[in-house]
Design a protein. Structure first.
Length: 512
């Protein structure tokens, strides 16, 4: 953690911190948002200044479980190292407000919908979850006015009650079977475990805790047949007794033109593709499972969504193309059941025929796992209950062409700021505080950077302008060598932290 003594002055809310908080925190931490408290004013932020410092230092907030060093993904919710350091310096300096007239105006939110003007919006009738000690799976038919064949290009779930909605699967049913099942049940919706009980229904979207609305890449869309019903399966965990839910679906449709059909499927799953199953984790054990699938034809994948439950601790997926080129897809080294999603790639990924998809997941069914629902631990098996386990990797995919890789979904290195505001505080690449604990040469550097260190075991990290680590190694006393051959030309920050995590050296490094 960088302290106030490391910098010449303390950042202020108005000139430095408000821009960061309004850009990266307030979209969730606001009235009616997913955050548990508001951060839309100086008073709000001052109250939670130490919590903000600690959560951002640990990179728990903003929540973004995927490992950026394994693969960067579209629309990443991340702070740069500069932004993290500014929040810490502000909190450590007492959280001064500064001149209120210099603060950007707070963001305004018109509602809880990201798709503000959906082409189709449908909400289930209010459902009171009946008393039960078991998980409740309920399907709700949402008749929609869809007279012609169309394509879904934007998908949003707005949970009616975030305390009890565990996950939502949305299907398109053109057979009328779901409506018949709903008509036969006097209560809203109908009981449905393991799906919606309809043969031929197509999955068009899903929502799990932490998921954002999903928009398909240009010229691609999920087919929606004329006259089809939307059918929403909602999972209410045990203990949701007498609470009320009325979840909504918002859809954006293609305005026309050529649209290629795409789908969302759990291509890597815990039945046919599991290579070392069954998915059984005995009490007091840690086990890793693997799944594998070979593509029969060229495919383009646009998104990936790992899914598991409470005792999972990590999930990872990659592909190996013909010729043995490995394609990293996603790595979540610290799985968190509360934060899941369908993550889009910055550009679609083309997979030639006979590419092999691999998935792996580790489960910790011991007392050391704080998320373990059983105390003492009990055997956990495959199932849809929250206390069971699953191992799924959903993929957004379509028939593939190599040119698909030129489609841009998101290439911005850092999320856009509220009203294009900027922080003016001199931390990071803009103005680096040099220290005497390390000596670096040559600067500029080519393929190798050397630095001398004399303060015991430490960690060296090279960061780009967004704060992302591009190179890291553990160092000892003496002259250390850093291989820059895989690092692109540009300006970077070299940092050294001691074994307690304290910043001991920071300097600019120019890679030629």
């Amino acid at each position: 953690m960088i302290g106030a003594s490391s910098i010449a002055q303390t950042p202020t809310w108005s000139e430095d911190v408000a821009c960061i908080v309004y850009s990266h925190c307030a979209p969730c931490h606001r009235e009616g948002g997913a955050g548990h408290f508001s951060l839309t004013s100086f008073t709000d932020a001052y109250t939670y200044r130490n919590d903000m410092r600690d959560a951002t230092q640990l990179r728990l907030m903003p929540p973004w479980p995927p490992d950026q060093d394994y693969r960067t993904l579209a629309h990443e919710r991340v702070l740069s190292q500069d932004e993290i350091d500014i929040i810490a310096a502000w909190a450590n300096g007492g959280g001064p407000e500064g001149d209120p007239g210099l603060a950007p105006p707070p963001p305004t939110f018109s509602g809880n919908w990201v798709i503000a003007q959906p082409d189709i919006t449908a909400r289930m009738e209010e459902y009171v979850v009946p008393p039960s000690t078991n998980d409740n799976y309920r399907a709700f038919v949402l008749p929609i006015n869809n007279p012609v064949n169309s394509h879904i290009t934007g998908f949003e779930v707005v949970p009616g009650n975030t305390e009890i909605v565990h996950h939502v699967l949305v299907f398109a049913d053109a057979t009328g079977q779901a409506q018949a099942l709903d008509d036969a049940d006097p209560a809203p919706g109908y009981a449905s475990f393991g799906g919606i009980g309809v043969s031929g229904a197509k999955l068009v979207g899903l929502w799990v805790p932490g998921a954002d609305p999903v928009f398909t890449p240009a010229s691609m869309g999920i087919p929606l047949e004329a006259g089809a019903d939307l059918v929403m399966q909602v999972h209410y965990p045990a203990g949701s007794n007498a609470l009320v839910d009325s979840t909504r679906i918002n859809l954006q449709l293609s305005p026309g033109g050529f649209i290629r059909d795409m789908a969302i499927d759990a291509i890597l799953e815990h039945f046919l593709t599991l290579t070392d199953g069954p998915l059984v984790i005995p009490a007091n054990t840690v086990k890793t499972f693997h799944n594998q699938y070979t593509t029969a034809f060229p495919a383009t994948i646009t998104a990936i969504g790992p899914h598991a439950h409470l005792i999972c601790t990590s999930m990872k997926a990659f592909a190996v193309a013909p010729g043995n080129d490995t394609i990293p897809l996603i790595d979540i080294p610290a799985w968190d059941f509360r934060w899941q999603g369908l993550y889009q790639f910055r550009k679609p990924i083309f997979l030639p025929a006979n590419t092999v998809l691999y998935g792996e997941a580790t489960y910790d069914n011991t007392a050391n796992n704080e998320s373990n629902p059983n105390d003492p631990p009990e055997q956990v098996t495959l199932g849809e209950a929250t206390t069971d386990e699953m191992m799924l990797f959903y993929f957004g995919w379509t028939y593939g062409f190599p040119i698909d890789t030129t489609i841009v979904v998101d290439i911005d290195p850092h999320p856009a700021h509220h009203l294009d505001c900027e922080t003016s505080f001199p931390i990071g690449i803009q103005d680096v505080v040099l220290k005497d604990d390390a000596r670096y040469w040559p600067i500029p550097s080519d393929d190798v950077l050397y630095f001398e260190w004399k303060k015991g075991p430490a960690e060296f990290v090279l960061r780009d302008a967004t704060g992302r680590s591009v190179c890291a190694l553990r160092v000892t006393d003496g002259v250390n060598e850093v291989d820059l051959s895989a690092v692109r030309a540009g300006l970077y920050l070299a940092e050294v932290r001691d074994r307690e995590g304290r910043l001991r050296s920071r300097t600019k490094v120019l890679r030629q």
